[in-house]
Design a protein around this ligand. Structure first.
Ligand code: CA
Length: 423
């Protein structure tokens, strides 16, 4: 049987070369059809969602535990482990192949199991156990450091020795399309004598990738590079909404808190680690060499293109304001997970770990408005003459990501969010 990543595979379902969801991808999500079915697990293929619960009931798919696809999250499936993830993906690929009549010629099953994408509602695909956010782009950390501390102190002394992170809030991780309310908090502009409480005035996004932990680790145990890799189920695009004014006043001495706690948006389809395998690349050289527990033998970065669009209520379509690539990250996802568990911190099925804002070496590859507008001093000009330094009410932010194969792409769809006025 050909490997599910084989570039030559094709499905009996027509998939455009620019679609995010060819047979080489097969990302998992949770959906309901608009005719009232309860949310269940599906896989995206072209312009369709393949209903895995229907396939399981029809005895076409067997993961050794009945009902894991009937629920509103992927956690039960993820808990079955990497062997089952891989076998299941191979079986779904087989069922969708152009030369397999099993599903192709069974019109009754097809009508039950293939739902047009236009007719579905997508949900947060996992029960988020914990959310941790890192700060692993050297370009982003340097840009922010230069703005706040000057060129000579841009990187903190610890930055090149470990992936810096903080524990965020799982309770406000939401799926693409969820509107995000402008937060309120303590503000103290440099000119003010005392702080006040009010609506955030410097609302920002952060372009990140998130990965989903699909296997637990025990409290007290460290992870090796390969153990950590095996625990990663897949990836999503992540927007770590950020209130810069709240953040700036609160972050010393314990780091981000309310400035980051009000919302984090993720794309609805989880692209499996296995589907990204053909796009592995080495990250930037790490100098100084990481301590032994953080050393990596493999290429753990991915050549994954990302772009960000901004649409104001006056615009018909989004204007691209950034284009960058996940491959620029200094610390890899595997290193982040190894470091997270290194103190003995237990990891859980359903943990989401954010990469940190992904900025690239060029000016048009900056992953936040803080950097794009250089702390508000260089506004971006939009069609029609409007300007932006930070987000205004009604603005929508759209992020897209994909790996380009030869004649196909393994994509993530999009993560979109629109800003509602403060309460
Ligand atoms: Ca972040």
């Amino acid at each position: 049987m050909p490997h599910p990543n084989d570039p030559k595979l094709r499905s009996f379902i027509d998939v455009d070369a620019t679609s995010d969801f060819p047979i080489q991808n097969l990302p998992y999500g949770v959906f309901s059809s608009k005719d009232g079915l309860a949310p269940r697990v599906g896989v995206a293929i072209g312009n369709y969602v393949l209903d895995l619960w229907e396939l399981e009931q029809d005895s076409r798919l067997d993961v050794g535990a009945l009902g894991v696809f009937a629920g509103p999250t992927l956690n039960a499936f993820m808990a079955l482990g990497p062997k089952v993830w891989s076998q299941t993906r191979a079986r779904i690929s087989e069922l969708l192949r152009h030369d397999n009549p099993e599903l192709r010629d069974n019109s009754e099953l097809r009508s039950r199991a293939l739902v047009p994408m236009a007719n579905v509602k997508l949900y947060l695909p996992i029960a988020v156990a914990g959310y941790t956010d890192f700060y692993s782009s050297r370009e982003h950390a340097t840009n922010v450091g230069v703005m706040f501390r000057g060129k000579d102190n841009a990187l903190q002394p610890n930055w090149l020795h470990m992936p810096i992170g903080y524990n965020g809030r799982a309770s406000t991780v939401v799926v693409s399309g969820t509107k995000v309310r402008r937060p309120r908090g303590q503000l103290k502009p440099p000119t003010a004598e005392v702080p006040s409480f009010g609506a955030c005035k410097r609302l920002d996004f952060e372009l990140e990738m998130g990965f989903v932990v699909g296997q637990p680790s025990k409290m007290g145990e460290m992870l090796t590079e390969s153990q950590a890799e095996e625990m990663i189920f897949g990836f999503v695009i992540l927007n770590d909404w950020s209130a810069r004014d709240i953040q700036q006043w609160e972050y010393v001495p314990l780091g981000p808190f309310q400035g980051k706690a009000f919302g984090t948006s993720i794309s609805p389809w989880i692209v499996t680690r296995e589907a990204l395998e053909p796009f592995r690349v080495h990250g930037p050289a790490q100098d100084p060499a990481p301590l032994p527990y953080l050393k990596q033998a493999q290429a753990n970065n991915y050549d994954l293109q990302l772009d960000v669009g901004l649409r104001t209520p006056a615009m018909n379509e989004a204007m691209r304001i950034s284009r960058t690539n996940f491959k620029y990250m200094y610390w890899s996802s595997v290193q982040q997970l190894v470091h997270h568990a290194s103190s003995g911190c237990a990891m859980n099925v359903g943990d989401v770990l954010g990469s940190g804002t992904i900025s690239g070496p060029d000016k048009d590859a900056r992953g936040s408005l803080l950097e794009i507008s250089w702390n508000g001093t260089e506004p971006i000009e939009l069609p029609g003459g409007a300007k932006r330094t930070f987000l205004e009410d009604g603005d929508s932010l759209v992020m897209r990501g994909w790996c380009q194969g030869d004649g196909y792409r393994v994509g993530f769809g999009e993560v979109e969010g629109t800003i509602l006025p403060a309460e």
